[in-house]
Design a protein around this ligand. Structure first.
Ligand code: DX5
Ligand code: ZN
Length: 224
């Protein structure tokens, strides 16, 4: 599978119309990957969908899947999403005792392995093992809901991860998720992100294609 180059724009279907999912997947065909938020009403106080839905999204989506697991007991349930053929599977560091072991399992199945950090979670354990991951997701809201405000105070975490990636010569993708829109994507790009999840900013736009292009252009202009 050839994966898109940076900057990557990744619309979150949390903001799509769940009764018209295939139509909305076609509307974002100009994006780089489709971000799929799996929530279990336990790790986060919201409920979306599970493997059956992800399998159907995978079957009909014109672009590859970036699965974001906001679920407890991810050691048990996470590898199944890689087995569905998702290009990328990201789990939360807070949901497993051994992020490196889980990332190795996901990679061995054939997906890129991502690890996500809630706003209160420090980067140290992940930065020390950066080569074990294909992507680090720095949450810029508390996970659980779309439409929240971007947390600019997460930018130092991103910058520190970018510095560590540079130091190692690592090609790890650094992703942001939450409140990304024109007006905030610039800061995230400048701080070192190369992959940008946007839910309400994409699906709330009058012209979805144009919004995706605008976000990509803004990110490109502000990345170093
Ligand atoms: C929040 C989800 C996000 C959400 C982002 O927990 O992980 O992917 O869809 O929505 P916006 O872009 O509206 O903040
Ligand atoms: Zn997400």
């Amino acid at each position: 599978m050839t994966l898109p180059s940076a900057p990557r724009i990744e619309p979150s279907i949390l903001s799509a119309d769940f009764a018209n999912m295939q139509r909305d997947l076609e509307r974002i065909a100009g994006a780089d990957l489709v971000h799929v938020d799996v929530m279990d009403n336990h790790f986060v106080p919201n409920l979306t969908f599970g493997p059956q839905m992800v399998e159907r999204v995978q079957a009909v989506s014109p672009i590859p899947l970036d699965v974001h697991l906001m679920i407890a007991d991810v050691d048990r349930w996470g590898p199944g999403y890689a087995e569905l053929g998702a290009a990328s599977v990201t789990f939360h560091a807070e949901a497993t005792a051994d992020p490196v072991a889980l990332a190795r399992r996901i990679r061995s199945i054939g997906s890129r392995a991502g690890v996500a950090l809630k706003p209160g979670t420090p980067i140290d354990d992940i930065a020390a093992n950066l080569d074990e991951f294909d992507q680090v997701l720095v949450m810029t809201v508390e996970p659980g809901f779309g439409g929240q405000s971007f947390m600019a105070d997460m930018m130092p975490k991103l910058a520190a991860l970018r510095a560590e990636a540079k130091r190692r010569g690592s090609s790890v993708w650094l992703q942001v998720d939450g409140g990304i829109a024109p007006g905030t994507i610039e800061q995230a790009a400048a701080a070192g992100a190369d992959s940008f999840v946007a839910g309400s900013a994409v699906f709330g736009a009058d012209d979805i294609d144009q919004r995706i292009r605008d976000l990509r252009d803004l990110a490109r202009t502000h990345m170093h």
